[in-house]
Design a binder for this molecule. Structure first.
Ligand code: HEC
Ligand code: HEC
Length: 304
């Protein structure tokens, strides 16, 4: 297993060179098309001052990349923030923190209110991390916000930067296909994420994050939408070869991943998947929650 690490480092460097194309997360995030590659560059780690502010930012960075281990009370699965916001929240087209921080407060359809930056992070804690968000004024939230603030150094406030979010990948004409998705998964993803989407652990900690099952994002997370997962995947996976999948392959494999069970949507309405589907999933992009696939209703949730 240890042999992975250097390889991964190289792969990660390779993926930073990719220059994906469009924008517009049709979900909550509305971002304009970016024709050009992202131009904003967050500050280098070496530029961090050696004072109280620098210390707070370093704490925020640690929480961002090592979330599960450092915040066991707030995280209910096996994830870290940096599993979905790649290169420690720096990578363009991987919902970088510098694309996000200067854009809040902002209205979000998902909870129908104006969200502060802290609200937005709390959303990822509740759904993507399947956990209990820390209070907005907690030391951890302050540190995570300070890290994002610092990454956004010299970014304009309230201006969409190219590179924000996960660029939208439009649904192919013929939709998506589970069988083809399974094939892509076996050939290009299973080697890292496991045959059953279970990820890989070394000494009890994930070195490859799970894609479904009890330690994955829950049914309320943005990634459960096939369109959002396809966008993430097309621009960020396979790790080190981002942009190599066709739109069709990205949609097919996203559908395959999101047809598997994962922790229940914490907003579950009266214990009913159907009521929850109607209230929260009927107009939430393309998703399988509460739908029948091969005779089985998807969205029952995993136990534990
Ligand atoms: C399972 C993947 C996943 C994990 C883990 C995750 N996020 Fe996210 N995050 C997303 C997705 C997907 C979006 C896009 C929002 C949407 O479309 O709903 C997002 C959006 C965001 C945004 C807003 C981006 C913008 O441009 O407005 C912030 C800020 C954010 N996440 C922070 C975090 C933090 C901090 C953590 C760790 C506590 C975290 N995320 C963990 C998937 C994840
Ligand atoms: C070389 C190993 C590798 C390959 C191959 C790979 N991934 Fe990943 N993937 C990772 C790693 C590592 C992360 C987390 C990134 C980080 O923490 O910096 C990740 C993150 C993800 C995530 C978001 C985090 C989560 O667990 O939900 C998804 C979704 C994903 N990969 C899907 C795919 C798909 C689909 C494929 C195949 C097309 C694929 N990956 C191929 C290593 C890989």
């Amino acid at each position: 297993m240890k042999a992975w690490m250097p390889t991964l480092l190289l792969l990660a460097v390779g993926s930073a060179l990719a220059a994906p194309i469009t924008m517009e997360d049709q979900s909550q995030l509305t971002v304009p098309p970016a024709q050009a590659p992202a131009q904003f560059a967050p500050p280098a780690e070496g530029e961090l001052p050696d004072n109280a502010f620098g210390k707070l930012v370093r704490e925020g960075h640690a929480l961002f990349v090592d979330t599960r281990r450092l915040m066991p009370d707030a995280v209910g699965n096996g994830m870290n923030c940096s599993n979905c916001h790649l290169d420690q929240g720096r990578m363009a087209h991987s919902a970088p923190m510098w694309g996000a921080y200067p854009m809040y407060p902002a209205y979000r359809k998902k909870n129908d209110k104006v969200n502060t930056y802290a609200d937005r992070i709390q959303g990822c804690f509740q759904f993507s991390m399947n956990g209990k968000p820390p209070a907005a004024d907690s030391p951890q939230m302050t540190a995570l916000s300070a890290y994002a603030y610092w990454l956004s150094t010299k970014a304009p406030t309230g201006v969409e930067l190219a590179g924000r979010g996960y660029p939208d990948v439009p649904q192919p004409q013929g939709g998506y296909d589970f069988k083809r998705g399974q094939q892509v998964y076996r050939e290009q993803c299973a080697i890292c994420h496991g045959d059953k989407g279970e990820g890989q652990k070394v000494a009890g900690e994930y070195v490859m994050p799970p894609l479904w099952g009890k330690d994955s994002y829950n049914w309320g997370a943005g990634m459960h939408r096939i369109n959002t997962a396809a966008s993430f995947i097309k621009h960020n996976m396979p790790l080190g070869k981002s942009g190599s999948l066709s739109d069709q392959q990205a949609w097919d494999v996203a559908a395959w991943i999101n047809r598997h069970e994962r922790p229940q949507d914490p907003r579950l309405v009266e214990g009913s998947v159907e009521k929850t589907r109607l209230k929260f999933h009927a107009n939430d992009g393309v998703n399988l929650y509460g739908q029948k696939v091969e005779g089985v209703v998807i969205g029952q949730g995993t136990g534990g």
